[in-house]
Write a protein that binds this ligand. Structure first.
Ligand SMILES: Nc1ncnc2c1ncn2[C@@H]1O[C@H](COP(=O)(O)OP(=O)(O)O)[C@@H](O)[C@H]1O
Ligand SMILES: [Mg+2]
Length: 494
């Protein structure tokens, strides 16, 4: 150790540090979520987000009816680093580093005003980046004058109002109207983000106080990424892992297959990024979603597990063990949990995987399917089934030399199944992939041949309609098939 001669106090240069803090990496949506966190922690039940994109200058106001702050509380709240990250937080406190209000706001705007009301006293404090730059000091502007504060009319008897002005980041200044249109779209996207992040608060899940969040008077609707209200969603057992004296609860969900939900729901629950990207762990800190759509590097995002989403619930006491960052947008599980999750991963994907492979295996339930799915030397092979009644009937009509040719033809078609293209299409938009059209007369002829073949294969007449119902091409053309069956029935009866 060298001998120290003196210790020099070197405070950061306010004008420089405050500018760099703007680039921690918040987006409009994560910044808004951080401000809403504070309202929830302050026990607000209503949070109104007002966005003014029309006036000469765009601005945003977030008003809550929480418990508000005294003047001293407000000065503390505006200080950068108001609470030590290791100081224990009250249960349900959504705060983390004592930075969120400031860093989130500065990431979007150059002027942050906080107005707060408690016990009949209104206090106002303003961080103005121009003022900080000019004075190069951490000087906060303080007043009790409410005149001309945007959105002040929405603040009730108790609560707080956060105002963002000079939105140089949220609204791109390109001199045209594009910037403003883009801004409005981003506010919409932010609304979707809040509907996901706070869905358990918005729905008033048991054990937490229900809150409503409105953007320009439009209430946000909770978006439950597990679609848990749908009967086709499979919810696994909740497992509890004890970490650092706290309980972490893990529940795996398998979302319904696209055949079991409406096209609209399929879209909605896939989210803008789609199912593949949205599979994985959903980590909630005090019921607030902080990270989602990742397997934390423990598994790959695969097509087979794309319907799997695993809810992890952790309390705020585990922040440092989970490496929760300032934006509350990323985290990494502690070692014990990682091990447990790793073991879970092998089993949790199973229902999602089953839903997909079942579609293949179901073929075995159909006697004499057109396509066979066979396991061969650890590989799965799809091929046309030469025992299928339609193929068999045709083959019987052929002269001997063409019989051999026909068998070769079936092999050629089977080998040329465009698997990559099918896979890609089914993965991207399964709802828009369907079998080729079958003309009426073809369907009729295939039906006759298939029924005869099924009878010959020992399928009882009573079982025929049920068998056809799960056999292509009848399954996909069931209305027409049923009409044809009725007609043949009538002809027989006559
Ligand atoms: N809307 C609000 N209502 C009441 N108190 C608030 C509000 N917003 C912020 N505060 C106070 O300011 C403090 C600092 O907030 P913030 O910078 O977000 O850090 P953190 O949430 O990590 O504590 C909070 O701990 C809280 O005491
Ligand atoms: Mg906070």
């Amino acid at each position: 150790m060298p001998t120290v001669h003196e210790s020099v106090d070197t405070p950061p240069k306010a004008s420089i540090l405050i500018e760099s803090m703007r680039d921690i990496g918040y987006s409009l949506e994560t910044a808004l979520a951080d401000v809403v966190d504070n309202s929830i922690t302050a026990k607000a039940t209503n949070v109104h987000i007002h966005v003014d994109a029309i006036g000469s200058e765009a601005r945003i106001g977030i008003v809550d009816d929480g418990k508000g702050m005294s003047r001293a509380d407000l000065l503390d709240a505006m200080r950068l680093g108001s609470r030590h990250p290791h100081e224990p937080r009250a249960v349900h406190d959504l705060g983390r580093f004592g930075l969120g209000l400031k860093t989130a706001s500065f990431s979007q705007c150059r002027r942050l005003t906080v107005v707060t009301r408690k016990d009949g006293i209104t206090s106002v404090a303003i961080w103005d980046l121009e003022h900080v730059a000019k004075t190069d000091t951490w000087s906060l502007l303080v007043t009790d004058d409410e005149v001309e504060i945007p959105f002040i009319e929405y603040l009730g008897a108790e609560g707080s109002l956060v105002v963002w002005e000079r939105l140089d980041r949220a609204v791109e200044q390109d001199g045209t109207d594009m910037g403003r249109k883009h801004f409005i779209r981003r506010v919409d996207d932010a609304g979707r983000h809040l509907e996901l992040v706070f869905h358990r608060y918005l729905s008033g899940e048991s054990g937490i106080r229900r809150i409503s969040i409105l953007i320009n008077s439009v209430p946000l609707r909770p978006f439950d990424p597990f679609h848990s209200s749908h009967p086709a969603t499979i919810a696994g057992q909740t497992e509890v892992v004890r970490v650092g004296g706290h309980d972490v609860a893990i529940t795996a969900f398998t979302l319904p297959h696209h055949r079991n939900v409406s096209a609209l729901d399929w879209e909605r629950f896939g989210g803008p990024a789609g199912y593949l990207k949205n599979q994985g762990f959903y980590l909630y800190r005090e019921k607030r979603l902080i990270i989602h759509g990742t397997w934390f590097g423990l598994a790959r995002q695969m097509e087979l597990t794309k319907l799997t989403r695993v809810r992890i619930d952790m309390p705020n006491g585990l922040d440092s063990m989970w490496h929760v960052d300032v934006k509350k947008a990323s985290a990494r599980p502690p070692l014990q949990v990682r091990e447990r999750l790793q073991r879970l991963i092998t089993t949790i994907g199973a229902p999602s995987r089953r839903i997909y492979t079942q579609r293949g295996q179901k073929m075995h339930g159909v006697p004499l399917p057109m396509w066979e799915r066979v396991q061969e030397n650890n590989a799965i092979v799809y091929r046309l089934n030469s025992e299928n009644p339609i193929l068999l009937a045709f083959q019987r009509e052929l002269p001997q030399d063409l019989k051999v040719e026909f068998a070769r033809m079936l092999q050629a078609v089977s080998a040329a199944l465009p698997m990559d293209a099918l896979f890609a299409d089914l993965a991207n938009s399964p709802e828009s992939v369907r079998g080729a059209e079958v003309a009426d007369d073809s369907l009729k002829s295939m039906l006759g041949i298939t029924i005869a073949g099924l009878l010959m294969a020992g399928v009882g007449p009573g079982m025929i309609p049920d068998t056809l119902r799960v056999t292509e091409p009848f399954r996909s053309n069931w209305d027409r098939t049923e009409t044809l069956l009725e007609q043949t029935g009538r002809i027989k009866d006559e």
